[in-house]
Write a protein that binds this ligand. Structure first.
Ligand SMILES: Cc1cc2nc3c(=O)[nH]c(=O)nc-3n(C[C@H](O)[C@H](O)[C@H](O)COP(=O)(O)O)c2cc1C
Length: 199
């Protein structure tokens, strides 16, 4: 079983990095193959070039797809499960991950246009895990959780994934109060990945 983690945090001192390490350790116990697209470490280009926009905006599929995007497509095609892991910044993912969706979800591959290009395969399980400073209750009461879930699960993951879920690990401003709960949720997630992807 192949798992791709699309990871977006600039610092190894971060709590999100600790979650990445715990997640990788738990997945490794299952002996699954893990690949990480570490967007900051890769210096992933999040901005579209003019030519990329002209390809996307006008569905001009004769224009070339950049090599870094072809490399991400290859990782997607190899994956049975994709996990997006990131901190919540201004009630959304960091711009580098937004740029991943802007550029990697190219026209004719991830949406639109009947082209001769290979279409993105349907992936068994798509998971968004985000860490958030605000407590989960606040994010629920204000509707921010629901709006993040709506955009992430219904649009960005969309029909490209058979099963989808989002874990919002809230309350990181008081980390010792929530750490154990977060780890338990990650452990339960690994059990769900196993039952969903290995039948
Ligand atoms: C630029 C920036 C914007 C942030 N915006 C939010 C936000 O909108 N909502 C929230 O709950 N936390 C927000 N936070 C807090 C982060 O979600 C929190 O730092 C993260 O979950 C865990 O910390 P880490 O950076 O150590 O991984 C923000 C943090 C930064 C640096």
């Amino acid at each position: 079983m192949n798992i791709l983690i699309v990871y977006s945090h600039p610092s190894k001192e971060s709590y999100t990095f600790q979650i990445l390490e715990q997640l990788k350790a738990l997945l490794a116990i299952q002996k699954w193959n893990i690949k990480v697209s570490d967007l900051y470490a890769m210096n992933f280009q999040s901005n579209m070039t003019e030519m990329e926009y002209e390809r996307e905006g006008f569905a001009n599929i004769e224009l070339p797809i950049p090599n870094d995007i072809i490399a991400e497509h290859k990782k997607i095609e190899d994956a049975d499960c994709i996990i997006f892991l990131y901190p919540v910044w201004w009630s959304d993912c960091p711009a580098i991950l937004k740029g991943w969706f802007d550029r990697v979800y190219s026209v004719g591959y991830a949406y639109g246009h009947k082209s001769h290009f290979q279409k993105m395969k349907t992936i068994k399980y798509g998971i968004a895990i985000c860490t958030a400073g605000h407590p989960s209750e606040f994010l629920q009461e204000t509707g921010i959780s629901q709006s993040m879930e709506n955009i992430m699960l219904n649009d960005r993951l969309g029909k490209r994934f058979e099963h989808k879920e989002m874990l919002i690990l809230g309350g990181t401003l008081e980390i010792e109060r929530v750490r154990e709960e977060h780890i338990n949720r990650i452990k339960k997630l690994v059990v769900r990945i196993k039952s969903t992807c290995i039948q």
